[in-house]
Design a protein around this ligand. Structure first.
Ligand code: GDP
Length: 542
């Protein structure tokens, strides 16, 4: 569907909607899932710059003041370069508010990275064309799969030699079982990227770098005849590949995309802004807008009921001088207004939102109002824990707790001064409740030496730092060699009692028995020895 047609359709659909539902309908909240170095920062920057460039050129006409967020962002960009490490980046494109949530990688990969995916409506799976699916992408994808988050695939770095496009699609289908439905197809092999075939428009879009590098790519639209005349062999090859694809029924289908069984695929080069407009258009035209979220009883809370949201991330300040803590809330229904007093569902207590911010890296900007799909950062939110619900006005609502994710790092922690054991225990309970780390226990290890479990090792640093600074308990930490956790049961615990390189502990949060293994090999040999052993993967949504 062409952009203008889509806008007309949306306008028609908007008739009769409440103002809040209209605001929700013009929002797209997503995250990029990728392995470090695939180009997430480059793409994030390109998306925001493209949206800004179009806004500035006046190609989008909107109401006065509509572009305030973009210009605020520009001011910050001028001051200190682009903030690409933001928790959430918000900008407007084609009258749509885009909320791009960051999924920290590298050393700061943690349970929070997974939890971000509980707050999005869609994900962009970004692959390096030369590398295909990489481990971190796979881990993040598993969370999307478990939560049925629709995924758009963007194959990046096509300006460099890479894997054949058909082979890349084959890898995706084979390894993760998502059927690929390309929306664009590259003309020219990796390294000689002329442009893409827009399958829906039936034309070729030729890309050219614009001067300066930070502007939108220059695009030229060619009919198939013009493209064939210009790009001969490369064009023929691209169309032949598409014919092969056509045989397998790889046409875009919105229902299966939203049902998370197919993924629209696009090709580009973020560094040159190639394919960036196409990705933005796909997000606006095809990605889902925020939908009513089911509560703990499975009842959906309508978008235009009073404000509600849930905490998906807590950022504690590591600086002793600023002990504040920011709770990031995804708005699920209603209109949030700064200063409103809301209910904290877990305690039934009121919570004042005087300090509500949008947070960009270290910068904060006050947020005055927010709608479903938006993210607000509440400062000094010590009472709030991961997964907590906030809501204003009736009816009360409580969203389901966030799932626990499969930890891959394990360490024993002890108070170095045993007289501080009470405080130590309180601290550990608090960190567990906040979701900073998962706490595992066993009779053998006792209360004095719980095992902390984390998705990324930096969670241990945060935990020990906070035990020291907030609870006044210096600790010693001993890393354990386990790398894999599987869910088991009481019988499994019995069977594994004498197994070497395996340990069973109970997760304090939900009493799940976790069997920890040194590696895949150990897991396999144990399951061979005990064919009846329950060892289930720990996925999101369990
Ligand atoms: P991140 O770790 O996923 O955030 O990756 P970055 O955005 O930092 O990119 C990693 C490297 O890949 C940087 O050197 C980028 O310049 C480069 N890069 C990103 N996108 C492209 C692209 O489309 N083509 C090429 N050739 N390099 C790219």
């Amino acid at each position: 569907m062409q952009g203008s047609e889509a806008a007309v359709t949306r306008d028609r659909a908007a008739e009769g909607r409440s103002p809040i539902a209209t605001q929700a309908a013009r929002r797209r909240t997503f995250a990029v899932i990728s392995h470090p170095d695939a180009g997430k920062s480059t793409l994030t920057e390109a998306l925001a710059l493209h949206a800004r460039a179009i806004g500035e050129a006046g190609a989008v006409h909107g109401k006065a003041g509509r572009s305030a967020t973009v210009s605020d962002w520009m001011a910050m960009e001028r001051e200190r370069g682009i903030s690409i490490s933001s928790t959430v980046l918000q900008f407007e494109y084609r009258d749509t508010v885009i909320n791009l949530l960051d999924t920290p990688g590298h050393a700061d990969f943690s349970e929070d990275t997974y939890r971000v995916l509980t707050a999005v409506d869609c994900a962009v799976m970004l692959l390096d064309a030369a590398k295909g699916l990489e481990p971190q992408t796979l881990k993040l994808f598993e969370v999307c799969r478990a939560r049925r988050v629709p995924v758009v695939t963007f194959i990046n770095k096509w300006d460099r030699p890479g894997i054949e496009p058909l082979a890349l699609l084959d890898e995706i289908e084979r390894r993760i079982g998502l059927q690929c439905t390309p929306l664009t197809w590259p003309v020219g092999p990796g390294g000689e990227f002329h442009g893409v075939i827009d399958r829906q428009a039936g034309e070729m879009v030729r890309f050219e770098r614009s001067g300066g590098g930070s502007g939108a790519a220059i695009e030229e639209h060619l009919t198939p005849d013009e493209a064939a005349a210009r790009f001969g062999g490369d064009w023929v090859r691209a169309t032949e590949e598409l014919e092969l694809l056509g045989l397998t029924g790889a046409d875009y289908d919105r229902d299966t995309f939203l049902g998370a069984t197919t993924t629209p695929v696009m090709f580009g080069a973020a560094v040159a802004n190639f394919g960036v407009r196409q990705l933005l258009d796909v997000l606006v035209d095809h990605a889902p807008a925020p939908a009513p979220r089911p509560d703990t009883e499975g009842r959906e809370r309508a978008l235009d009921t009073p404000f509600s949201g849930f905490v998906f991330k807590i950022q504690a300040n590591m600086n002793r001088a600023h002990r504040d803590q920011i709770a990031f809330v995804r708005v699920c229904s209603g209109r949030f207004e700064r200063g409103m007093v809301v209910n904290h569902a877990a305690t039934g207590k009121p919570f004042a939102t005087k300090y509500a911010h949008q947070v960009f890296g270290r910068e904060r900007e006050t947020v005055d109002e927010a709608f479903p799909g938006d993210v607000i950062g509440l400062v000094n939110a010590h009472a709030l824990g991961i997964g907590d619900t906030l809501h204003a006005g009736p009816p009360p609502v409580s969203y389901p707790p966030l799932p626990s994710f499969a930890p891959e790092h394990f360490a024993v922690v002890r108070a170095t001064d045993s007289s501080k054991f009470k405080r130590f225990r309180r601290g550990i309970e608090q960190l567990d409740a906040e979701g900073v780390v998962q706490v595992l226990r066993s009779n053998r290890r006792g209360d004095q030496a719980p095992v902390l479990a984390a998705v990324g090792p930096m969670q241990f640093e945060v935990a020990t730092h906070r035990l020291d600074v907030e609870f006044g308990v210096p600790t010693a930490i001993e890393h354990l060699p386990y790398r894999l956790a599987r869910r088991t049961d009481a019988e499994g615990e019995q069977m594994l009692r004498t197994a070497v390189g395996v340990e069973v502990l109970v997760r304090a949060r939900d009493d799940t028995r976790l069997a920890l293994f040194l590696d895949q090999w150990r897991l396999r040999s144990v399951t061979n020895d005990h064919p009846k052993l329950l060892v289930a993967p720990l996925l999101a949504g369990e």
